[in-house]
Design a protein around this ligand. Structure first.
Ligand code: KIV
Length: 271
């Protein structure tokens, strides 16, 4: 007799209901194997378009395509069981109109079977967010520093540094919340602004470089593991895997050069 345990995957409404409750734990993943590890400890997994930087070595996320997001979204869904998987909508796949956004989001949901999409932009994306939410697409918004706008921003520096800019970001937060986003990522804003936004909107705020005043946090997995060469200043490293991996590869290379590698008697041992 086999005992089957069904694990229920968290949904966008589950995350939405966490407002003001236990902090939401979120990390990025782009692969089945890291998704399986992240899934054990996180409420949500972001298949971020940061995969353009991390996996493909692009300087920005602008070159990332819908096909790239769908491919890695499918891998993460295969690797995970419990966490809500959120897939980023890449630059150029949603900004032109609500209809364009719906077609791209529908492809992401159908082809990956993930539970939600994320898109960048505040008040300017509010109409699109309601269009998607009313048609069955759970949307996580992303405000503050929005890396897809790097060509107009000019740099990846912190946002909301003066009163007018802080007011603009607060207005963005209110707009995405009123439009029906189920949560909002706030990137690179100082604690007082993150705290104020978290207090005034009714959906969970998920910070990245936005302080513990938020309802949760997301980080890029490779950044916190010490695998990325360049990381934003606010990233705390929880591991130093880069040098560890290099040590293992160096050991492997020197053993192969010394002809220390197994033949078929090792490969088939015990069979
Ligand atoms: O693409 C990504 O990884 C993100 C996070 C930085 C929030 O959007």
């Amino acid at each position: 007799m086999s005992v089957q345990t069904t694990v229920r995957r968290l949904t966008a409404p589950d995350l939405r209901a966490r407002k003001g409750g236990d902090p939401i734990v979120m990390l990025t993943s782009y692969h089945a194997h890291t998704a399986a590890l992240v899934d054990r400890y996180c409420d949500a997994i972001l298949v971020g378009d940061s995969l353009g930087n991390v996996m493909h070595g692009f300087e920005t996320t602008v070159p990332v395509t819908l096909e790239m997001m769908i491919l890695q979204g499918r891998a993460v869904m295969r690797g995970s069981k419990r966490a809500l998987v959120v897939v980023d909508m890449p630059f150029g796949s949603y900004e032109a109109s609500p209809e364009q956004a719906f077609h791209a989001a529908a492809r992401i949901l159908k082809e990956t079977q993930c539970g939600a999409v994320k898109l960048e932009g505040g008040a300017r994306m509010a109409q699109t967010i309601s269009f998607l939410a009313e048609r069955g697409v759970p949307v996580m918004a992303h405000i503050g520093l929005t890396p897809q706008s790097i060509n107009t921003l000019g740099s990846f520096r912190a946002q909301g540094r003066d009163e007018a800019d802080a007011a603009r970001i607060e207005n963005d937060a209110r707009a995405v919340s009123a439009a029906g986003a189920f949560s909002v990522v706030i990137e690179a804003v100082a604690e007082p602004l993150a705290r104020r936004i978290t207090e005034v909107i009714s959906i969970p705020t998920i910070g990245i470089g936005a302080s513990a005043a938020c309802d949760g946090q997301v980080l890029v997995l490779e950044d916190m593991l010490g695998l990325s060469e360049k990381v934003p200043k606010f990233v705390k490293r929880y591991g130093n895997l880069g040098p560890e991996i290099e040590k293992a590869i160096e050991g492997y290379a020197s053993e192969v050069r010394a002809r220390v590698f197994p033949g078929p008697e090792h490969v088939y041992r015990g069979k």
